[in-house]
Ligand binder design. Structure first.
Ligand code: CA
Ligand code: CA
Length: 327
């Protein structure tokens, strides 16, 4: 009878852990609740930020309170809930001009000793083409099932973003990648900032333009120029990199929008505060990335949105911070 009871409890626990795994391709497997103190973010001490200026708006822009039309009535991905258009009022706030760079994150880690979740879990997701050709065949059995161009790889982190042997030495002004939502929150908190809400992010992306597709308007390449780091060519076989970059670009590359913000569309996806469809374990990300092509992931539009679980990290996912107006 005792053994029978133990077996029932075990089965119920397994069902609890695996019964709600409606995750998108790159999310870590859902886990049972973990003791907060055991997570990388739990180990990090917030007291370390005592010496940081409480109101530092360096490399941030003030975005004034406004009401804007959020979302679209012409959704490309119905399941992403891009619509309908609704009026949204956003209070004044500050937003980082750039995506957080490797140099920024390096400074943070040097001050705090912070370990990212990719470092603690020991793996992260990388796009296959970013790996040196000599290393690609080693990893064929650990691909994401529905997106085989992604590989979950050991020893990948923000310090080794493009393969276990890569470094950030020549990419200090590129966006930090392989950072989870939990990591991003800790980074922003250290500087007395926070992640933007989805509404703040989208209002900032649109920069006063009404119902335009991109931060600069409706045409993808006005004046024959490239305006964002996305994918040109046939995805996922060939990236012609007409915009100059196969993978990430410097955070100050490409023209800023009318609010002076760089790379709101493309380069790397950016975490926001918001839950995805009411699930507090999954968070909204915005802006698309260097891997987005109209044929597959047409999500470098201001209204577009997607998500990952908050402990997931990947080679095309970063963030920028926001800050409240201080009293
Ligand atoms: Ca590109
Ligand atoms: Ca971006």
């Amino acid at each position: 009878m005792y053994l029978y009871t133990i077996l029932i409890i075990f089965v119920l626990n397994v069902l609890h852990c695996t019964g709600d795994c409606g995750c998108s391709n790159l999310n870590r497997e859902k886990k049972c609740k973990i003791d907060e103190d055991e997570t990388p973010s739990g180990k990090y001490s917030r007291e370390l930020n005592d010496n940081i200026n409480a109101f530092n708006t360096y490399n941030m822009v003030l975005i004034n309170k406004d009401t804007f039309e959020m979302g679209t009535n012409k959704p490309v991905f119905e399941s992403d809930h891009e619509g309908p258009v609704r009026n949204k009022t956003v209070e004044s706030f500050y937003l980082d001009i750039y995506e957080v760079s490797n140099q920024n994150f390096k400074d943070f880690v040097e001050k705090t000793g912070y370990k990212t979740e990719a470092e603690t879990y020991g793996d992260s997701f990388v796009f296959e083409m970013i790996l040196p050709e000599s290393e690609r065949k080693e990893y064929q059995d650990v691909r994401a099932v529905q997106a085989p161009w992604w590989i979950k790889l050991k020893d990948i982190s923000w310090l080794h973003p493009e393969g276990p042997h890569s470094t950030i030495e020549n990419k200090l002004n590129h966006p930090v990648i392989h950072v989870s939502w939990n990591d991003a929150v800790k980074y922003c908190e250290f500087f007395n900032k926070r992640l933007p809400t989805e509404a703040e992010w989208e209002m900032a992306c649109r920069a006063g333009l009404k119902q335009k597709l991109y931060p600069w308007g409706n045409k993808l390449n006005p004046k024959g120029k490239q305006w964002a780091n996305i994918w040109q060519g046939n995805f996922p076989e060939e990236n012609t990199a007409e915009d100059g970059y196969q993978f990430t670009s410097p955070v100050d590359e490409f023209p800023p929008n009318k609010f002076g913000l760089f790379n709101m569309a493309g380069n790397v996806w950016e975490w926001t505060q918001d839950d995805w469809l009411g699930d507090s374990e999954s968070k909204v990300k915005k802006g698309g990335s260097f891997l987005c092509h109209e044929s597959y992931c047409y999500r470098y539009r201001c209204a577009a949105r997607s998500f990952n679980t908050k402990d997931t990290s990947a080679g095309n996912l970063g963030f920028r911070c926001a800050m409240d107006i201080q009293p």
